[in-house]
Design a protein around this ligand. Structure first.
Ligand SMILES: *[C@@H]1O[C@H](CO)[C@@H](O)[C@H](O)[C@H]1NC(C)=O
Ligand SMILES: *[C@@H]1O[C@H](CO)[C@@H](O)[C@H](O)[C@H]1NC(C)=O
Ligand SMILES: *[C@@H]1O[C@H](CO)[C@@H](O)[C@H](O)[C@H]1NC(C)=O
Length: 551
């Protein structure tokens, strides 16, 4: 119906259009009559010759200059803007000059329809900014001058498509050499045009530096940030990620409902969704381990013992395959999995007085206990790492300094090597590598947490961070960015960023997580997420965003 009505209206309006056209033609004929031969008009404030016009004190861009002029100049004009398509009536222009004018805005496509323009001088005006598409279409432009204006920056790609450009003059501006100008430095390095030397006016550390000889490398323009992406309405302790059947998954231990909650990425909804649970009681750790494409989950509980589940592909559910000896593992606090010479292992840190931190080994059908370490020490955390290519374990306990065990190839067992000096009551130790160097982050609940570096025979102090109720100090690598996140029960969680030049962590961002217990990085669909578990509030998923300030 609507379409029908539009059609009828269109038919009705056609005769009117024709009448309007005739009226218009008539008025043109009447106006030009008596002025034969047609003499090019010249606005009052301009001086014109056949191919040249010079305008002074112009109040607007004249519409009536001779159409064949090839050069047009404006001096001390009173207009404040060069609008889009200002020169459509003078398509033969080869030179256009503006000097000592007061306008400060030049619109996109201001010089549209000037295919022959070769020289453009916009000098000694007070232009502060130019639109990105100002010079679009000037494919014959040879010489461009924007000298002696108030330009602090230039939009990226403003010279794009100016294929004939051989001379650019940008002198006498107040360029601010920040990330917004990085592209110009890159362009200067690649253009074939001659560009007069120009200098930075700001920031202070760049003042009087020659822009033509800056290197794009001097601009540090990539910033990153963690942004809340999704929140899960439950408390959590351990969070882990694993690859299984060509997909990335997440498993979260829920201490109060006792569940291991499994999440997968919903490619359509673009968020994480729950797909299965393992139910239990007082679950503190859910540790996935994929062996020969088969998923196992070690479920550590404070009560009712700890168990191992297997994913049954045919029934599409988890089935319990074995229990973990209750005599050794009474109060599990942390689990790590690792592989030494083709063999799979996991190790459980036990924090009960009479328990043992125990290493379990996969034998093809199940896991059996391989070695018990460190009796009577109430271990709170275990970390597996390689130092100089050799497997090591670091155990943290509430009663002793962290101890380091080294794998002995002959006996296939871990042997105590030494303890970490000067670090009583470390709750947990986690490691990271920068190039070949090994570092550890040691968490203290109150006091100072520490970063230490492996010095060849011992770990040496590198940095201290104040802990205000910290149960986790987790190093994380996201692409090329190295972070360490220090959780806090009494204050904000601090994210630190590794400054490669200083070879230290620097403060980066504060996150508000209630009683954080673990942080992990999950990479899915080319996106990077940070999961932050919370013992008292909601589990948070942050997205790692990268912003290029020079874009
Ligand atoms: C333009 O400004 C510069 C620097 O202020 C000055 O040296 C030059 O004489 C001016 N040119 C004109 C045409 O006003
Ligand atoms: C500069 O000139 C060289 C040689 O003529 C040419 O290969 C190159 O593409 C030109 N670069 C630009 C940015 O126009
Ligand atoms: C798993 O547990 C969560 C939280 O208790 C619940 O919301 C969800 O419905 C459960 N999912 C399944 C598949 O049972």
């Amino acid at each position: 119906l609507e379409r029908e009505r539009i059609k009828r209206m269109g038919n009705a309006s056609r005769p009117f259009r024709r009448i309007a056209y005739f009226l218009c033609l008539l008025s043109v004929l009447l106006l030009t009559e008596g002025k034969k031969p047609v003499k090019p008009k010249c606005p009052a404030w301009c001086t014109c010759t056949k191919d040249n016009a010079l305008c002074e004190n112009a109040r607007s861009i004249p519409r009536s200059v001779p159409p064949d002029v090839i050069s047009l100049s404006f001096v001390r004009s009173a207009f404040t803007k060069i609008p889009e398509g200002s020169f459509l009536l003078t398509p033969s222009l080869q030179l256009l000059l503006f000097t000592s004018n007061t306008f400060d805005v030049i619109s996109d496509d201001a010089f549209m329809g000037l295919p022959h323009l070769e020289y453009l001088f916009i000098e000694n005006n007070s232009i502060k900014s130019i639109s990105r598409n100002t010079f679009r279409g000037l494919k014959s432009l040879i010489h461009l001058s924007l000298a002696n204006n108030n330009l602090q920056s230039l939009p990226r790609d403003i010279f794009k498509g100016l294929d004939s450009l051989t001379n650019v003059d940008l002198r006498g501006n107040a360029f601010n050499c920040d990330c917004k100008l990085k592209w110009l430095v890159e362009w200067l390095g690649s253009t074939n045009a001659t560009v007069e030397d120009i200098y930075c006016e700001s920031p202070p550390e760049y003042k009087t530096r020659k822009i033509n000889s800056l290197s794009p490398k001097e601009f540090d323009c990539i910033i990153t940030e963690f942004e809340v992406y999704q929140s899960l309405p439950y408390q959590s302790l351990s969070v882990d990620t694993f690859s299984y059947m060509n997909d990335e998954h997440v498993v979260i231990a829920q201490p109060f409902t006792g569940k291991c909650i499994f999440l997968e990425w919903d490619h359509v909804e673009v968020m994480f969704r729950n797909y299965d649970n393992i139910t239990g009681t007082s679950t503190v750790v859910c540790k996935p381990i994929v062996i020969e494409s088969q998923l196992y989950v070690i479920v550590a509980q404070l009560f009712g013992g700890s168990h191992i589940y297997k994913r049954d592909i045919f029934a599409n559910k988890f089935i319990k395959i074995q229990d973990i000896e209750i005599l050794k593992i009474r109060k599990p606090n942390d689990i790590e999995t690792f592989r030494i010479a083709e063999d799979w292992y996991f190790v459980v840190a036990d924090s009960s007085k009479a328990g043992f931190t125990t290493v379990y080994k996969w034998n093809g059908n199940g896991f059996y206990s391989h070695q018990s370490l460190h009796a009577w020490y109430r271990d709170t955390d275990v970390e597996y790492l390689e130092i100089s290519g050799k497997p090591h374990l670091i155990l943290s306990s509430s009663s002793q300094r962290p101890v380091i065990y080294q794998w002995n190839k002959g006996t296939n067992e871990f042997v105590k090597r030494f303890d970490i000096q000067d670090m009583e009551d470390a709750y947990a130790v986690k490691h990271f590598k920068v190039k070949e160097d090994v570092y550890i982050c040691l968490t203290r609940f109150i006091g100072d947490s520490k970063v230490m570096k492996w010095g060849g025979s011992a770990f040496l102090d590198l940095q201290r961070m104040p802990s205000r109720g910290s149960m986790v100090f987790q190093p994380l690598q996201i692409n090329n960015y190295q972070y360490a996140i220090l959780g806090s029960d009494y204050s904000f969680t601090q994210v630190y960023y590794w400054d490669a030049e200083k070879a230290k962590f620097v403060k980066f961002q504060e996150l508000n997580v209630q009683a954080p217990r673990s942080f992990i990085h999950v990479s899915i669909d080319k996106r990077d997420f940070l999961f932050a578990s919370s013992f008292k509030g909601t589990t948070l998923i942050y997205k790692h965003v990268i912003v290029d300030l020079s874009a």
